[in-house]
Design a protein around this ligand. Structure first.
Ligand SMILES: C[S@@+](CC[C@H](N)C(=O)[O-])C[C@H]1O[C@@H](n2cnc3c(N)ncnc32)[C@H](O)[C@@H]1O
Length: 245
């Protein structure tokens, strides 16, 4: 689903409203809002409000790691002072949303998407507590923008990895970008990095290749839909946590 019928998409996070202006007539997919980013932000917000999904510690049903193991890493106190990078951020939904939840985020995308990204960045920073990020008493994370093509090793190095969080929402949609994406995720991550992946099947070939190669790079954990925000638990959108092998 693409919100093609809406010029503007609103997302309420931590009691504030982010507003994203789309350019649906553009030939660049990054100038539209894609739903996995909304699902991802609202899941993180949901687990913060619940105090951790999974409802407790220990191993989950079936011996899989409990979600609380993941969610212990996703708390306001651990977001504070931590660095995240949002890959293929588009209008900036996932990165700006997580910044409102306290994470310092670099929003990244390719050059043609920059005008729409900068416009959404400026408006949302000036209209929310993101404007006071870094000042005493502020809970919001700092947000920056950087151009990043996944295949560009110099641009990756300039971001000074490893990050605490790598964010990627709705970025698996063409077969030829799967390997650069996985390589960039891996290069930006260290042994303790949590990769938050918002996912929807966009193209059969890209989907098949991504999930065939992904286990070579990362341990993979899918968030059950029962743990998602009830208003943002849509059949076609999944959230995964990846950790570097
Ligand atoms: C479907 S959009 C998703 C945008 C945003 N994450 C969202 O969920 O609304 C995919 C994004 O990946 C970006 N992208 C595609 N190929 C890329 C590459 N090689 N390097 C960096 N970004 C890329 C696009 O410019 C676009 O912003």
């Amino acid at each position: 689903m693409k919100y093609a019928g809406y010029p503007v998409v609103d997302l309420t996070v931590a009691g504030e409203t982010l507003r994203f202006e789309q350019d649906n007539g553009s030939m660049h997919v990054g100038t539209s809002v894609w739903p996995s980013s909304l699902v991802l932000v609202k899941w993180v917000e949901h687990i913060l409000l619940k105090g951790g999904a999974g409802g407790g510690g220990g191993a989950g049903a079936g011996g899989s790691p409990s979600l609380s193991v993941v969610c212990e890493d996703i708390q306001p106190r651990t977001f504070s002072g931590k660095r995240g990078v949002d890959l293929g951020t588009g209008c900036g939904v996932a990165g700006l949303g997580l910044a409102l939840l306290g994470l310092n985020v670099v929003l990244t995308d390719i050059a043609p998407v920059m005008p729409a990204l900068k416009r959404n960045f400026k408006k949302n920073v000036s209209s929310t507590s993101l404007a006071s990020a870094g000042k005493p008493g502020s809970k919001a994370g700092k947000v920056k923008i950087a151009q990043l093509y996944w295949e560009n090793e110099k641009q990756i190095a300039a971001l000074k990895p490893p990050f605490d969080y790598v964010i990627a929402a709705d970025v698996v949609y063409l077969e030829n970008i799967v390997e650069p994406l996985l390589n960039a995720m891996s290069a930006l991550a260290g042994p303790h990095t949590i990769i938050l992946l918002g996912y929807q099947i966009r193209q059969a070939e890209a989907h098949e290749l991504f999930w065939r190669l992904c286990p070579d790079f990362f341990h993979i954990q899918q968030i059950p839909h029962t743990e998602l925000h009830p208003d943002y638990a849509w059949d076609e959108n999944d959230i995964y946590i990846l950790k570097k092998k």
